[in-house]
Design a protein around this ligand. Structure first.
Ligand SMILES: Cc1cc2nc3c(=O)[nH]c(=O)nc-3n(C[C@H](O)[C@H](O)[C@H](O)COP(=O)(O)OP(=O)(O)OC[C@H]3O[C@@H](n4cnc5c(N)ncnc54)[C@H](O)[C@@H]3O)c2cc1C
Length: 470
């Protein structure tokens, strides 16, 4: 029985959420890796568990798509709310991104006092709240009707935001805060790196507001690692783990999926593979050519994994901002996530720590193995030195395990060189891939298509995709 109504390829956030929403259908979900969740998975190495990249879970609250999706299928995630989204450390000064607006403002004003801080941050928070309150966001480009519905969404946004929609982040900063210090600018830009992998120079106010406002939402720690959410979510799904789909061939009214283990026929196919990696998989020239037209968006990550033996208490997340760009990356900052002390799985032999910052795939390509290993080691040591300088209660000897990953590692395990979506703006809105394709019953989902990255961005795309699958 290898015939399915729906085949989903990849168990990242996109593939898993769409599978969950369609779990009553004759569905199969393929995952090449042994761990579920892709960029948001948890893996075991040297007898210990580590989160691969994503560590924060946001969006499980009323009026948010993630909660709507989970509620609609009766899934309750095993999570606990973090006391603070993250603590930023910049030149020895700390600012806590607390959910409570007044607490955050006090913390911010103690480092970067500005008389217009309240207006600035309140406006961003309002823009964000209004966005998540909008119900009918749609984005697809496969037919006249889909273009029409997409334009209606732009009209809805325009009605909601009027001319704010055309304002850039940069001009908003200038208008409200004027010429701010380099440090304050770095503080803002480093936070945009977390959610948008961009700076305030080239993004619209709408994306800016949504990206900077995520700490005003509930931020959760997934017990047992981010990957456990996927194990729990997918426990009743027909799942083929450790099975990579190598080739797909379009047939008359279906698609033939070929793995090294077997062949399958599916009426509808959802690819949770970044669009840049899809052309290789198809045997049909027209589909290959469709995917070739998406130019590679080179944004990736450099990630360090640590096991730390320490009795100290830590918040779940920190952001460390440095004066200069970290070698072999595109970032002046790195994000540090500690496992919770009471997490029996991740904190079994000490804290499990994931440190990440942004790099590019090209930085790690075309060099000998020795050059690559040296470059990795150098980058890791540079970041670790800064890490120890900022966490003086951790000593070098407390670090019991250390290793790192580049875009090459991500390609090997989860089939993607790029990690991150290009931020939406009015210039690229019609160039961003949508979940629909020109080919009947063939779809994409994940952070390389609308709406973007992270739990909420990918889930927004899933909602649009699901309306097309029905
Ligand atoms: C360093 C870093 C930190 C981040 N931190 C956060 C965070 O804290 N919170 C947050 O919300 N977001 C975070 N993000 C963003 C978030 O992790 C991603 O946007 C999201 O996980 C991407 O999901 P996706 O649906 O695109 O799937 P992907 O993560 O790309 O997963 C796709 C899956 O498909 C599988 N696959 C690929 N090809 C095949 C094939 N041929 N056959 C079978 N299976 C296949 C892969 O193995 C993989 O498991 C972070 C990203 C990075 C890089």
């Amino acid at each position: 029985m290898n015939n399915f109504d729906l085949a989903v390829i990849g168990s990242g956030i996109g593939g898993s959420l769409i599978s969950l929403m369609n779990k009553d259908k004759n569905l199969v979900l393929f995952e090449k890796d042994k761990n579920l969740g892709g960029t948001a998975s948890t893996f075991k190495r040297f007898g210990n568990y580590f989160n691969t990249a994503a560590t924060t879970f946001v969006g499980y609250e009323d009026n948010n798509i993630i909660k709507d999706i989970f509620d609609s299928v009766g899934f309750i995630p095993d999570i606990k709310e973090s006391s603070c989204a993250y603590r930023t450390i910049i030149n020895g000064k700390t600012i806590d991104r607390k959910r409570d607006f007044e607490d955050f403002l006090d913390s911010l004003n103690s480092v970067f006092y500005h008389k217009n801080n309240r207006y600035f941050w309140q406006t961003l928070k309002d823009i964000d709240e209004r966005f998540w309150g909008l119900k009918d966001i749609y984005f697809a480009k496969h037919s006249l009707n889909s273009y029409f519905k997409t334009l209606k969404t732009i009209e809805t946004l325009f009605k909601e935001y009027k001319f704010l929609m055309f304002k850039t982040a940069n001009s908003f900063i200038k208008d409200i805060l004027g010429d701010i210090s380099k440090e304050y600018e770095d503080f803002i830009d480093a936070q945009l790196q977390i959610t948008l992998q961009s700076t305030s120079k080239n993004i619209p106010l709408l994306s800016f507001a949504i990206a900077l406002s995520y700490p005003f939402h509930k931020v959760f720690y997934p017990n047992g690692g981010m990957g456990k959410l996927f194990d729990d979510m997918l426990k009743d799904i027909n799942l083929k783990r450790n099975e990579e789909i190598k080739f797909i061939k379009k047939e008359k009214n279906s698609y033939r999926l070929i793995s090294l283990k077997d062949e399958y026929i599916a009426s509808k196919v959802v690819l949770n593979i970044p669009v840049f990696e899809c052309s290789n998989i198809f045997l049909d020239e027209d589909i290959k050519n469709y995917y070739k037209k998406f130019s590679f968006y080179d944004q990736s990550a450099f990630v360090i994994y640590l096991k730390i033996d320490s009795k100290e208490d830590f918040l779940n997340h920190y952001q460390i901002i440095l004066k200069d760009i970290i070698p072999n990356t595109v970032s002046k900052s790195f994000f540090v996530s500690f496992s919770s002390k009471d997490d029996k799985k991740l904190s079994q032999n000490g804290y499990s720590v994931t440190i990440s910052c942004h790099s590019k795939a090209i930085v790690w390509s075309e060099m000998s193995k020795i050059e690559y290993e040296n470059k990795k080691e150098f980058t890791k040591n540079y970041i670790l030195e800064e890490f120890l300088r900022n966490f003086q209660n951790i000593k070098k000897d407390d670090i019991k395990i250390e290793f790192c990953a580049t875009s090459k590692t991500f390609k090997r395990y989860i089939n993607r060189f790029n990690c991150g979506s290009s931020p939406l703006n009015l210039n690229n809105i019609l160039k961003i891939p949508s979940c629909t394709t020109p080919f009947k019953n063939l779809y994409n989902i994940g952070d390389s298509v609308f709406a973007g990255q992270g739990w909420s961005g990918v889930a927004l795309g899933v909602k649009v995709l699901n309306s097309n699958l029905i």
